[in-house]
Design a protein around this ligand. Structure first.
Ligand code: G1P
Length: 290
């Protein structure tokens, strides 16, 4: 039973500068809640009970978001905004939060290794907050179901155009089901002409505790950073890694247009925003045509 999920949130968010000079990219709003709230909701829905945040200087507002806020609660109560009050209180009730600090930016593999003392020697999930997935069941839940059946490690896969392979971890192997790859090779951000396939890793993983021992031995790879992909590749060579082509809509909210696309997608699906969103899209269209 996987109980813990690691969320690497130490990144600088350079693609959102200057906004991220003072606001962590994870706290940028997707409609009325921070991006980070969506991935936490996904984990909680999938039965994860302990969230391990790998943070850095300047990121304390992420922890504050999940804490009680007595002054805000008192003010909402005094003004009779009881619906909002309950919503604000519920955020702090969701799951247990532990945070560890990554003191140097040495890559995703290093960030995950930093979480080792909080995870221990058990299977755990890794969720990259830039990847927001609207899935039912939740994307990480789909991976956990595969891990419950087959054991080993599981990563989320999505097909990408060959010219984009240098943005992702790429996996190759044999499809044991139309949606399930037995992975043999994994390469971090290969050039299009060197990519062994076009199956890219989306930021959802289920990993065994043993990955920490492997990460300790993993030398710097692409970009001079310790890559999580390189460590999982060791397990793949042993035949214990599967890739799931998951069901659901995926958005890369790590850059402004991706966040805008996700905002429109969710606005059009939320009953309280759909009508307004359709009206503003129509207005934009009219302005463009005139
Ligand atoms: C990371 C991983 C990469 C994966 C990607 C998914 O890259 O290193 O293998 O495909 O996340 O979002 P990053 O986006 O941090 O450069």
């Amino acid at each position: 039973m996987v109980r813990k999920a690691v969320f690497p949130v130490a990144g600088l968010g350079t693609r959102f500068l200057p906004a991220t000079k003072s606001v962590p990219k994870e706290m940028l709003p997707l409609l009325d809640r921070p991006c980070f709230a969506y991935v936490v909701a996904e984990a909680v829905e999938a039965g994860i009970t302990e969230l391990v945040l790998v943070t850095a200087r300047g990121k304390t507002s992420i922890e504050d978001y999940f804490d009680r806020s007595p002054a805000l609660e008192a003010s909402l109560e005094a003004s009779g905004k009881l619906g909002l009050l309950e919503e604000v209180r519920a955020i702090a009730r969701h799951a247990k939060i532990v945070s560890v600090r990554q003191q140097e930016a040495r890559g995703l593999g290093h960030a995950v290794l930093t979480a080792a003392p909080a995870v221990g020697n058990e299977d755990f999930a890794v969720i990259l907050p830039d990847d927001i997935v609207d899935g039912s069941p939740p994307a990480i839940g789909q991976l956990l179901a595969i891990q419950a059946d087959y054991g080993g490690a599981v990563v989320a896969l999505k097909e990408v155009p060959r010219e984009h392979t240098n943005r992702y971890g790429i996996c190759a192997g044999s499809w044991q089901r139309p949606d399930l790859m037995q992975i043999q090779r994994m390469v971090e951000k290969p050039k299009p002409e060197e990519a062994p396939s076009t199956s890219s890793i989306v930021g959802r993983y289920v990993l065994p505790g043993r990955i920490f021992e492997i990460l300790e031995q993993t030398p710097p790879g692409r970009g001079g950073e310790i890559q999580l992909t390189d460590a999982i590749a060791v397990l793949a060579a042993e035949g214990s890694v599967r890739g799931l082509s998951f069901q659901g809509q995926h958005f890369d909210t790590g850059h402004p247009l991706g966040l805008l696309e996700a905002s429109l997608y969710f606005a059009l699906r939320r009953p309280d925003y759909a009508e307004g969103a359709r009206a503003l899209l129509a207005r934009q269209q009219q302005q463009r045509d005139s």
